[in-house]
Design a protein around this ligand. Structure first.
Ligand SMILES: CC(=O)N[C@H]1[C@@H](OP(=O)(O)OP(=O)(O)OC[C@H]2O[C@@H](n3ccc(=O)[nH]c3=O)[C@H](O)[C@@H]2O)O[C@H](CO)[C@@H](O)[C@@H]1O
Ligand SMILES: C=C(OP(=O)(O)O)C(=O)O
Length: 418
């Protein structure tokens, strides 16, 4: 186990290039199981979640070769295999194996997912979707067993606009007989990315990115080449870090439209933000004014950005209220920020943040974005060294973090945990 050491107080200056989106990658890899020939994914991020997924595909008989930021998945040797335990427990997005294997083999047995468990994260809407398509779903001691003699298209109305359920239903329905309609579908950009890959593989999906998605099932799917969209959460984290350190950063290889909610909120704080075609420049300012933030489904301010945003709000004058309407209790970063001198209290699903100077401390990341929040906080501290443990969570979502931060002028390094 390692920890991240941060000697803060350096404004981040320069250019950072954002990698492909984690939340796309972990859906595109299992989607490749639906093809009968090779799928090549470009702009793939070097993340631990991606590495674990590649190993899962190999365990299922797929052949995977990973070269720089491209991966070729040869699904020709794939077989149906129960995966009740093991690697599926290491990441949240292993639930996509359910939809992909159901579509490909008519059956799947997958252990309930792991990943960041900041609060209970049910998958009832995924299951409702599979059942609507004609599958029988049982929970066998923490493993979900799904079986269908024949998948038939159906209309599914999601009770909540769930990203995972929307993608899982798209995966299975791509190989069902007839048409499926998903109503109240999630609209996140990663859903469009998955639909783009599936269509390039021969699927017939329309409406991804709106709340109604129509899928005409097809009999067979084939390989293709696909480039993954940039990671908007990673990009937002760097934008927030630039603002928090009063730096001047060009965040390159982004789709600015995906970042509108964070751009608008940074401008409201007083940060200068300049949008270009594929980049955003952030110019930090000496003082910021408190703002309220509501984390919502897309195109609202993403819940995954709220923890790093909390750290930035400690740098604003006045009291900010940050409310998470997606996850009611995603505040594991708060006690650690308080350890660093932050003045924050949690009331219900809101964090009430009063601006204050932060101090160096030994803190622990309890999940991925809590880790990102602690890194942003550590970068603002002028004296002393902040030690962030739980780096394995941060590695789920930020590749080349130390290299990138050092290139931007930060004094950060990894050390073995004593
Ligand atoms: C791998 C991946 O893409 N992860 C993202 C995905 O997670 P994930 O897809 O798991 O999140 P969902 O969009 O499904 O969850 C949104 C909300 O719906 C609820 N819900 C979800 C499914 C369900 O069957 N029943 C139910 O009640 C959840 O508890 C939550 O309150 O979207 C989240 C919300 O943007 C992000 O934080 C995660 O980074
Ligand atoms: C919660 C996250 O990821 P996951 O759903 O994979 O745990 C995240 O990316 O912030």
């Amino acid at each position: 186990m390692e920890k991240l050491m941060i000697r803060g107080g350096h404004p981040l200056r320069g250019t950072v290039t954002i990698s492909g989106a984690k939340n796309s990658a972990v859906a595109l890899l299992p989607a490749a199981l639906l093809a009968e020939t090779e799928v090549r994914l470009d702009n793939l991020p070097r993340l631990s979640d991606v590495a674990v997924y590649a190993e899962i595909l190999e365990e299922l008989g797929g052949r995977v070769s990973w070269n720089q930021d491209s991966m070729v998945i040869d699904p020709s040797g794939l077989r149906s295999k129960a995966m009740p335990n093991g690697k599926v427990k290491l990441l949240r997005a292993s639930y996509y194996l359910m939809g992909a294997m159901l579509g490909r083999f008519g059956e799947a047995t997958i252990g309930l997912p792991g990943g960041c468990n900041f609060e209970p994260r049910p998958i009832d809407q995924h299951i409702k979707g599979f059942e609507a398509l004609g599958a029988t779903v049982t929970n066998d001691h923490g493993s979900i067993r799904i079986f269908a003699k024949e998948l038939r298209g159906a209309k599914v109305y999601l009770d909540v606009a769930s990203v995972g359920a929307t993608i899982n239903i798209m995966l299975a329905a791509s190989r069902a007989k007839g048409s499926t309609i998903i109503e109240n579908a999630a609209k996140e950009p990663e859903i469009i990315d998955v639909a783009t890959l599936l269509n390039a593989m021969g699927a017939r999906i329309k409406g991804a990115g709106t709340d109604t998605i129509r899928i005409e099932g097809v009999d067979a799917m084939h390989g293709c080449r696909h480039s993954i969209i940039p990671d908007r959460i990673q990009a937002a984290t760097y934008m927030i870090a630039a603002a928090a350190t009063r730096g001047d950063m060009l965040v390159d290889n982004v789709i600015p439209k995906h970042l509108e909610a964070v751009t608008a909120k940074l401008q409201e704080l007083g940060v200068h933000v300049y949008e270009m075609d594929e980049a955003i420049r952030i110019v930090g300012q000496p003082t910021y004014e408190a703002v309220d933030v509501k984390a919502l489904i897309y195109p609202g301010f993403a819940t995954d950005m709220q923890s790093p945003m909390t750290s930035l709000l400690t740098q604003a004058n006045g009291v900010s209220i940050l409310t998470d309407y997606v996850y009611s209790n995603r505040f594991k970063h708060v006690p650690e920020l308080v350890r660093m001198g932050a003045n924050i209290r949690v009331e219900g699903r809101s964090a009430i943040i009063e601006g204050s100077k932060l101090n160096a401390a030994k803190v622990k990341a309890a999940d991925l974005r809590a880790g990102a929040a602690l890194v942003v906080a550590g970068l603002t501290v002028e004296d002393g060294i902040t030690e962030v443990s739980g780096v394995e969570y941060i590695d789920r979502g930020y590749d080349y973090l130390v290299d990138n931060l050092r290139m931007l002028g930060a004094d950060v390094w990894r050390e073995a945990k004593s």
